[in-house]
Write a protein that binds this ligand. Structure first.
Ligand SMILES: *Cc1c(COP(=O)(O)O)cnc(C)c1O
Length: 380
């Protein structure tokens, strides 16, 4: 079965009791047993719920993995992956990460005796150099957030395998429609389904997909033990989002390409970061390991903080908000908003300056979006 068909059908057979074409929202906490221990596969909804099962099966198939787990948020999924580690273990990660991931590493799990090191991720050799006897896991994002660097997934997965490390990849930005890390040798994929997978800015959710039975069973155990599970209504919303993922991603990308080219030519824009642009330093690698370049664009204005603030406040269609991946376009200021949890010296060394802006291109008409950006740029 191909991607578009799987998104609509896997895990979503018509409901047998009534023939309902959609998976019902099984709004129940518990399940009646015929005699003690005799049940229909469900005992208690922290452990399992049929709406969640449908979502987990569909997500696993889209990522070409064997096992899926759905969570109450992307962070709950990330936390559960970290539960595979023990005190004294080390994680080697990218120097450009989702702010919340950096925060849970540094402000939560470091207190439990885990160690985290960060490397410049565009050269796979930097990962290998950072590996010590304590290293157990490699944690990746590509394209990275917000600098949109590309990590060579096959190369880093190979290094991880050689050193018997668990490789983890946050595939929120690209989605399985554009990039399938498990097919490139990565062990575990995590998602914030809040973003493109849900796609309508109406739900918070997360997911893990893997084909490794041992990791799956431990994470499933931890999911049930810790309890960060999604409610059935949230699972239903993500599942509904998945049905249109392919059509949305195509439109997102078509608009993003046009906007990246528009920004690149604009006199008030100093620099555009988008892997789909030919002048992106890793455009070739992106073209090789991705089937499309996604909808996130970062750019640097020829201005100071005040100019960036004027630009963002002037936009009408691009809503000034954190998050990304919804049908509506969003714009944000990483230094003040999503990446404020990174220390200023770290932001500066990465190039996330006061005139750095990130946009998530929606699926509105692209001419309207360009008009909106033009009016914002006029006041820079
Ligand atoms: C949003 C996001 C997360 C966190 O997900 P939540 O659903 O907000 O908990 C993790 N990784 C990336 C890349 C994200 O964009």
């Amino acid at each position: 079965m191909k991607f578009e068909t799987k998104a609509i059908h896997v895990g979503q057979a018509p409901e047998p009791a009534t023939g309902a074409i959609n998976v019902p929202i099984f709004q129940t906490s518990t399940y009646v047993q015929k005699s003690p221990g005799t049940h229909k596969g469900y005992e208690y909804s922290r452990t399992g719920n049929p709406t969640r099962t449908a979502l987990e099966e569909c997500l696993a198939s889209l990522e070409e993995g064997k096992y899926g787990l759905a969570f109450a948020s992307g962070m709950a999924a990330i936390s559960t992956v970290l539960n595979l580690l023990k005190t004294g273990d080390q994680v080697v990660s990218c120097d450009d990460l989702y702010g919340g991931t950096y925060r849970i590493f540094e402000k939560v799990y470091r207190d439990y005796g885990l160690d985290f090191v960060y490397v410049e991720p565009t050269n796979p050799a930097t990962f290998e150099k950072a590996i010590t006897k304590k290293t157990r896991m490699v944690w990746l994002e590509t394209p990275t957030n917000p600098l949109l660097k590309i990590v060579d997934l096959k190369a880093v997965a190979k290094i991880a395998r050689k050193h018997k490390l668990i490789s983890v990849m946050d595939n929120t930005f690209a989605t399985p429609y554009f990039q399938k890390p498990l097919t490139m040798g990565i062990d575990i994929v995590v998602h914030s389904t809040t973003k493109f997978l849900g796609g309508h800015s109406d739900v918070i959710g997360g997911a893990i997909v893997t084909s490794n039975k041992k990791y799956y069973e431990r994470m499933k155990f931890c999911q049930n033990a810790v309890g960060g599970v999604p409610g059935p209504m949230d699972c239903f919303l993500v599942l509904r989002g998945l049905k249109t993922l392919s059509v949305r991603m195509k439109e997102h990308e078509k608009n993003a390409k046009k906007i990246a080219l528009f920004l690149q030519k604009h006199p008030k824009v100093k620099k555009v970061l988008y892997p789909g642009l030919k002048n992106h330093p890793q455009h070739k690698l992106a073209a090789k390991q991705m089937d499309g370049f996604g909808a996130i664009i970062s750019f640097v204005l020829k201005s100071n903080l005040a100019g960036a603030k004027r630009f963002l406040s002037k936009l009408k269609l691009f809503a000034l908000a954190e998050s990304l991946g919804g049908v509506e376009s969003l714009a944000e200021h990483p230094a003040i908003m999503t990446h404020a949890s990174l220390p200023k010296n770290v932001r500066d060394s990465l190039g996330i300056s006061d005139s750095f802006v990130r946009i998530s291109v929606g699926i509105e008409n692209v001419d309207d979006l360009i008009e909106d950006l033009k009016s914002g740029l006029a006041v820079v």
